[in-house]
Design a protein around this ligand. Structure first.
Ligand code: NAX
Length: 327
């Protein structure tokens, strides 16, 4: 059996974590031969609820669960962490403006970024789930100057999975038949789900659907799926978000499927003309624990306009918290 790795999870008493933690402990994220130590972070008032979650994890008797830490101190939660899933975030309260929300989260993610910088493994892989995920990831990254910025990512895998299913249902095929799906940009309603190079059972997706469905049905459905779940369930996506986080980390750690790619919010190196330093969702291939942006895809005018719109939103989010970012 391998030596255990340390997995930090924030917002550990919340609804996403209630699915996520159990799947990590069951070996679904890092493999059935990889023991894990869960280092769970919550705010002080939620520590009792977190204790209940830890009791249930105990009661599962997971063979791979080698240890647990429950804490309200980020310095403890991120100590020697090999992986971090930053799920906890400040939700939008009544009367809260977008800028207030960005600032409230900037405060949380700057503290966590510093704690990661000071205490985590130098090879840590960080996934930010808590919204606004891309900008929270940017804030954490900028507060961790001693860690390679490539190790901070944001989750757009749920959007990617939603897009796969919408297209599979439209074309009457299985999701297993679909490859080369891309979500570009922000995890928000400006995200751009792109099927221009997507294949369905070997055929070009764009040849199987009409432009009207693509523009006026598929794209808005994927963009607004989170709100539709809230309308139907009375609560935001939880199990599907946890599943996407598991898929994101699993693929990053263990590699993407041969001949295909996934969507990840990653540190932009300027690829496809996107401003460097934004955390922007790109098509990525993962191998040997590292990711690479897929290069050389042709971008038509329609795609370019959508990619720019979501880039502009991310730049605005960054600028709204500029004063809180280290130089
Ligand atoms: P919950 O409100 O159920 O849980 C959040 C937990 O985080 C709470 O227990 C809270 O006490 C804790 N928390 C708050 N501040 C914290 C801090 N500073 N340190 C540690 N813990 C802290 O929310 P849940 O449904 O689990 O969603 C969590 C986040 O995921 C939200 O920001 C949500 O918007 C975001 N989502 C992101 C998605 C994505 O695709 N990127 C999709 C699903 C989800 O909407």
């Amino acid at each position: 059996m391998k030596a255990p790795v340390r997995v930090a999870v924030t917002g550990a008493a919340g609804q996403i974590s209630y699915s996520l933690l159990f799947r990590i402990a069951a070996g679904e994220m890092l493999g059935k031969d990889q023991p894990v130590i869960l280092q769970m972070l919550e705010i002080t008032p939620a520590l009792n609820a977190l204790k209940g979650v830890a009791m249930e994890l105990d009661d599962c008797a997971f063979p791979l669960l080698s240890g647990m830490v429950c804490t309200d101190d980020p310095n403890v939660a991120f100590k020697d962490a090999d992986y971090a899933l930053l799920v906890g975030a400040r939700p939008r309260g009544p009367g809260m403006e977008r800028k207030d929300l960005l600032e409230a989260n900037a405060a949380i993610f700057s503290v966590q970024g510093k704690a990661i910088n000071d205490h985590a493994s130098r090879d840590i892989k960080v996934l930010v789930v808590g919204n606004p995920a891309n900008t929270n990831a940017l804030i954490a990254q900028r507060n961790a100057p001693d860690i390679d910025p490539r190790q901070f990512t944001a989750m757009t895998r749920l959007d990617h999975n939603r897009a796969l299913t919408q297209l599979a249902q439209k074309t009457g095929k299985s999701i297993n038949d679909i490859t080369h799906m891309t979500i570009w940009g922000n995890h928000s309603s400006t995200q751009y789900p792109d099927i221009h190079v997507t294949k369905v059972d070997g055929a070009d997706a764009m040849g199987l659907v009409d432009q009207d469905w693509y523009e006026n049905d598929f794209i808005p459905t994927v963009q607004k799926r989170g709100a539709a779940i809230i309308d139907a369930r009375g609560a935001s996506s939880a199990a599907s978000a946890a599943n996407a986080a598991i898929f994101h980390m699993r693929d990053w750690a263990l590699g993407t499927a041969d001949g295909d790619w996934v969507s990840m919010g990653v540190y932009s190196d300027g690829s496809y003309g996107i401003q460097e330093g934004l955390i922007y969702s790109y098509p990525c291939v993962c191998k040997d624990g590292d990711w690479e942006i897929v290069q050389g895809l042709e971008i038509n005018d329609f795609s370019r306009a959508k990619m720019t719109a979501t880039e502009t939103e991310l730049a605005e989010e960054r600028d709204a918290v500029k004063d809180l970012l280290p130089a």
